[in-house]
Design a protein. Structure first.
Length: 119
């Protein structure tokens, strides 16, 4: 079975995992501080940042985009009128909030080497 190397920068741990493993599963096993709640992609709590290897992760699904947009809107309460995730992420980056490389740990699978960190 193919393996991927995942590094959690917050705990300085690197592990080899089967390709297709979700970030949340690895995070729990190594003691990283990625918070979570539902594990189903509904709550948006398990935000993490992709530091390196974005191209080695599963594509963002339509459902994940919707949850990310809702979560970003909660964080940036005054910008609720923004309906485009890219525009909202750009605004948030300008204000030094959440970055463009943020994903949901419960929805993101690894397919190659990555470095990640909790928010």
């Amino acid at each position: 079975m193919a393996k991927a190397k995942v590094t959690f920068s917050d705990v300085n741990v690197t592990v080899n995992v089967p390709v297709g493993t979700r970030i949340i599963e690895i995070s729990e096993a190594v003691g990283s501080y990625i918070a979570y709640n539902c594990r189903e992609g509904d709550c948006g709590v398990c935000l993490f940042e992709v530091i390196k290897g974005k191209e080695n992760m599963s594509a963002i699904s339509k459902e994940e985009k919707a949850v990310l947009l809702a979560r970003y809107q909660e964080i940036m309460d005054g910008w609720r009128a923004t309906k485009d995730i890219d525009a909202l992420q750009a605004k948030m980056q300008r204000e030094n909030f959440i970055g463009k490389n943020c994903r949901l740990a419960c929805q993101t699978q690894v397919f190659g080497d990555v470095v990640v960190a909790p928010l």
